[in-house]
Ligand binder design. Structure first.
Ligand code: DC
Length: 229
């Protein structure tokens, strides 16, 4: 007899480059399905923040690896108001800074950091009922995930969205051109590192969101969930 796994046990993996809209999308899917939303980029950002706080140079891979093993990262709060804490300190608003984006990409290339954070991500997602987004979720963290999405968009569309997000947050955005080159530099680093680089899983559904609204992408994914659940 065929056994059906309840929807609540699905692991939905969403990967893709910086600024493709993964967090907005993952959050909305989690909200609609009553799933946990786990933004793994926030964990790499938290390590970058703590390294700066402790004045550890980014070139000291050993010390940063050790920091990743001992730091306690909590992703808490309701799906539409998640908070990021490291060792009890709430750093949610601090980790969106562009310097942290760049430094998170740098520390994420350190294998010891990845090992420590991937182990925690696997614990958090093991029970299913989770939408986890990042760069290596479908390829490495949960290669057995039943639904994998690779969300892409042109560099122009991604830079434009970042620019609009900064405006909406009340930050004075950098020029569109400099946001685009920052995104491209980060993409290159994330795609070319040796340990679990950003790649498209063979069984991922590829969605280019350059010309789609968030609602359209949400609808596409909910249809896929209904088929696989
Ligand atoms: O998704 P984000 O922009 O918040 O991620 C910040 C950096 O963290 C990103 O440039 C690369 C790294 N990252 C990663 O290596 N693996 C993940 N699963 C998530 C993020």
């Amino acid at each position: 007899m065929e056994t059906s796994v309840p929807d609540s046990q699905l692991i939905i993996a969403i990967d893709g480059p910086a600024g493709a809209g993964k967090s907005t999308l993952a959050r909305e899917i989690a909200r609609r399905l009553g799933y946990l939303f786990i933004n793994t980029g926030a964990m790499y950002r938290a390590i970058a923040w703590k390294a700066a706080d402790e004045r550890i140079p980014l070139t000291d891979a050993e010390a940063i690896g050790e920091l990743a093993r001992r730091a306690v990262i909590d992703l808490t709060g309701p799906v539409d108001a998640t908070r990021v804490l490291i060792d009890g300190r709430d750093i949610t608003t601090e980790i969106v800074h562009p310097d942290i984006s760049r430094n998170a990409s740098i520390v994420s290339a350190i294998s010891a950091v990845r090992r420590a954070l991937v182990a925690r991500q696997r614990e958090m997602g093991a029970a299913g009922g989770v939408v986890m987004e990042g760069r290596d979720i479908g390829t490495h963290v949960f290669p057995e995930a039943r639904l994998k999405i690779y969300l892409d968009a042109s560099a122009e569309a991604r830079a434009r969205r970042r620019f609009d997000e900064d405006l909406a947050r009340g930050l004075a955005p950098a020029s569109l051109e400099s946001i685009k080159s920052e995104i491209e530099a980060r993409d290159l680093r994330d795609r070319t590192r040796t340990d679990s680089p950003l790649t498209i899983a063979d069984d991922a559904v590829l969605i280019d969101s350059s010309n789609l609204s968030i609602d359209e992408v949400v609808a596409m994914i909910l249809t896929l969930v209904a088929r696989r659940g």
